[in-house]
Design a protein around this ligand. Structure first.
Ligand SMILES: [Zn+2]
Length: 433
């Protein structure tokens, strides 16, 4: 049941299909892909099940986790320093030692920090067997490194390859305004919160979307954003909207916010200004993000105490979460204006229009139009006829026009009811009725 989540996590870290399959085959051989798996010999020795061992470690009731020599978790971490690091990592995230995502993030941390060449190999691997062997020999290093063991692990990997390769469950929506894509491995996988917030950042430099993408593609950089905008107005995609970027120094903010880095065509002394082209693209991108994610309006009060209260304020800034100038005074001071411009465009394309609302508007417009016809404007050619009609009493007018004369409403249409009345008056005059 964890297979798909593990596959998605590894693919999110940009492993190739063969690399992800080769790594998963090894994890299956180690733990059956069960993150609470305690090495069987130690289950018996300690008299604890997988679950009991995990709980006792979490609650601090079992003190020998680091040094008991028992393989544990997805990768069956055994060596004391690795178990110590895993324990510290889980504690820092306030997660159970047996939490799947925590173990996957820890695995990725180990791979990128201590096995960087293996991580690179898994990103470009084009053979499941080669990827599986590399993980076995460099990362897991089991006692049994025989040809039989290698073939068995590669076969597990091949099973995952056949099941998942080429079939990313990609119900993902990213902006169609993007003209350059360079996906970064620096993200936490799927968001744990719906998108309901916008965080605009400044690059503190005049980076193109390409140079920003090249910074974020390095795992050691440990930073990213969903989008970037260059001074030429082009928009880059670095972390898909479905994933949590590493941008705002806040897990809870990055889980719910779309993060956007904007290039600066001026320096700190000008408050990190942005070009007209970049500003226009920012507005267009924000309108698109709001429309696709059901954000009705952008709300900005410049009030840090409203973080998380998205019904009052759904824009946040980096400087609220870290000692930073980001997004620079130029953009910060324009947040209200940005919200106004985006909201004006959002209401232009009002999706709440329905028949009732249309009828009301049509009726109001029609009434205005008819009112405009209630005057005495007309051509000279009809003067004699109009004068005669008034003199014999065929037309009497309705109320007073602006010039104080009777309003005859000459340009207005004649109804059948009014026509009947006219004929009747005329017929009486000539003795027909
Ligand atoms: Zn920032």
């Amino acid at each position: 049941m964890y297979e798909e989540r593990i596959w998605r996590f590894l693919k999110g870290k940009l492993l190739s299909d063969c690399g992800a399959a080769g790594l998963m085959g090894n994890l299956y051989a180690e733990s059956g892909l069960n993150p609470v798996n305690l090495q069987n010999t130690h289950e018996r020795k300690l008299g604890l099940s997988d679950k009991e061992y995990t709980q006792q470690v979490d609650f601090g009731l079992y003190a020998d986790f680091v040094h008991d020599g028992a393989g544990y978790g997805l990768a069956q971490w055994t060596f004391w320093s690795r178990k110590q690091n895993l324990l510290a990592f889980a504690k820092s995230r306030e997660k159970s030692i047996g939490d799947l995502e925590t173990q996957l993030e820890f695995l990725w941390k180990e791979l990128t920090e201590s096995y960087a060449s293996l991580a690179q190999m898994l990103m470009s691997a084009s053979s499941v067997r080669a990827a599986s062997d590399a993980v076995l020999l460099q990362f897991e290093r089991p006692a049994d490194q025989s040809e039989t063991a290698k073939a068995r692990r590669a076969a597990y990997g091949q099973k995952y390859y056949d099941q998942f390769a080429g079939k990313e469950a990609a119900a993902m929506s990213n902006s169609p305004l993007v003209s350059y894509t360079k996906l970064s491995p620096n993200h936490s996988g799927r968001r744990k919160h719906a998108i309901d917030t916008i965080s605009i950042h400044c690059m503190a430099g005049d980076l193109t979307v390409e140079s920003c993408g090249n910074l974020f593609v390095s795992p050691s950089r440990k930073a990213s954003s969903n989008y970037g905008i260059g001074s030429d107005g082009r928009i880059g995609l670095y972390v898909e909207e479905c994933n949590r970027s590493w941008c705002t120094s806040s897990s809870s903010n990055d889980n719910r916010a779309i993060t956007i880095e904007v290039a600066n065509n001026g320096g700190a002394n000008q408050g990190w200004p942005v070009s007209d082209a970049a500003y226009r693209s920012l507005i267009a991108l924000l309108v698109d993000i709001c429309q696709r994610n059901g954000i009705k309006r952008l709300l900005w009060k410049g009030d840090k105490s409203l973080i998380g209260q998205v019904d009052k304020q759904n824009m946040t800034v980096h400087r609220w979460f870290a000692a930073k100038a980001c997004p620079g005074d130029w953009l910060y001071s324009r947040h209200g204006q940005i919200a106004d411009e985006v909201n004006a465009k959002l209401s232009e394309e009002d999706e709440d229009m329905d028949q009732t609302k249309f009828n009301e508007m049509f009726f109001a417009a029609m009434t205005d139009y008819l009112k405009g016809l209630q005057n005495n404007n007309c051509g000279d050619w009809s003067q004699e006829a109009r004068d005669w009609c008034i003199s014999v009493g065929l037309f009497a007018g309705n109320g007073t026009a602006v010039d104080g004369k009777p309003n005859m409403m000459w340009p207005s249409g004649l109804t059948r009811e009014q026509a009947a009345q006219l004929f009747y008056r005329l017929a009486k005059m000539v003795g027909l009725a």
